[in-house]
Design a protein around this ligand. Structure first.
Ligand SMILES: [Cu+2]
Length: 322
């Protein structure tokens, strides 16, 4: 059963990371659909709104966080002044909580139409890392991509429901402004130049979302009284993304608490999966310590498996079987 789950996760990981090294695509701005542009926002009585606040905890073996080796680009190395840099996926706060968890209203707000905020959401590139690592944005809202680095980046969101694109951004280049036309939780973003760079964007139809910070807490405010399903998403701790849902009823002016606890994978994935039916396949990026394994019968893509020592699957992983 565990293996089945793992293979599914591997397959998802493989599918997410196929298509490395694609050519740059032109990326005309996506505009919101006419309906979204013209629909008037639903009036909400601000005197009755409530909030949901909570903490996202982690239970289990502390995930191993990958050290990022930036050697392929001296500009990136220099920016960190020789200090080691670690992947953000799998990172825990000192109080045992999880940062970078995207918490949002998944259901319960459909009956409302919300104005698209005119303020852009910024995604910065600094020291060849995305800042922030996880962010939320509304459908049709501008995502403004900035760079502080003296090296060229190639920003490449990999959506399932939105249009895929990748664009280069040279040092001192103007911000790249983009929009997403459909809700999607989450869109992974990578850099085609620096394979360790990873960000995640949550695109929502409502403004009710938050990202946990260094204390593991979140707060969603301005909720009209009602029944909501909230979901917490995390990039995970070695086996891909994880999600949890909670149902919360918010009364007028009420402040509700909704805590989440994610459980880590117990034991070593590596030792658990290296059975005789698996053979080593393609080690695409040994420097980043990723190994791929393939089932001996090569039966299907579902047999493709990826084992990482780390929780950060940022290597250039190709999905072909050998
Ligand atoms: Cu880059």
């Amino acid at each position: 059963m565990q293996r089945k789950i793992f293979l599914t996760l591997c397959c998802v990981a493989a599918l997410v990371f196929v298509g490395c090294g694609q050519k740059e695509t032109t990326a005309p701005e996506e505009s919101a659909t006419p309906a979204e542009q013209t629909a008037a926002p639903t009036p909400i009585d601000q005197s009755t709104v409530g909030s949901i606040t909570g903490k996202v905890s982690f239970q289990g073996t502390k995930p191993k966080v990958a050290r990022i080796m930036m050697d392929q680009d001296p500009v990136c190395v220099e920016k960190h002044g020789g200090q080691p840099v670690y992947a953000e996926d799998g990172e825990l706060n000192s109080n045992g909580t999880l940062p970078n968890v995207f918490v949002y209203v998944k259901a319960g707000a459909e009956k409302y139409t919300f104005a698209t905020p005119s303020t852009p959401v910024e995604l910065d590139q600094d020291g060849c890392m995305y800042k922030p690592h996880v962010l939320g944005i509304m459908v049709g809202q501008t995502l403004s991509i900035l760079t502080k680095d003296a090296t060229t980046h190639n920003i490449h969101p990999m959506p399932k429901d939105n249009r895929e694109w990748n664009m280069s951004q040279a040092p001192n280049a103007a911000p790249l402004d983009q929009k997403f036309s459909r809700p999607e939780i989450m869109i992974p973003v990578k850099c085609n130049q620096h394979p360790w760079m990873r960000a995640y964007i949550g695109v929502t139809k409502n403004p009710f979302f938050a990202v946990t910070g260094s204390d593991g807490t979140y707060t969603i405010e301005g909720l009209p009284p009602g029944d909501y399903t909230i979901e917490a998403w995390s990039a995970g701790f070695g086996s891909g993304e994880v999600r949890q849902e909670l149902k919360v009823t918010v009364g007028a002016k009420e402040s509700k608490t909704a805590d989440f606890t994610f459980k880590g994978v117990s034991g070593s994935i590596r030792s658990a999966r290296r059975g005789p039916e698996f053979a080593p396949a393609l080690a695409v990026s040994r420097r980043e310590r990723y190994l791929t394994w393939v089932k001996r019968d090569n039966s299907s893509l579902a047999a493709f498996c990826l084992l990482g020592e780390t929780s950060n699957f940022s290597g250039l992983v190709r999905s072909q079987l050998i």
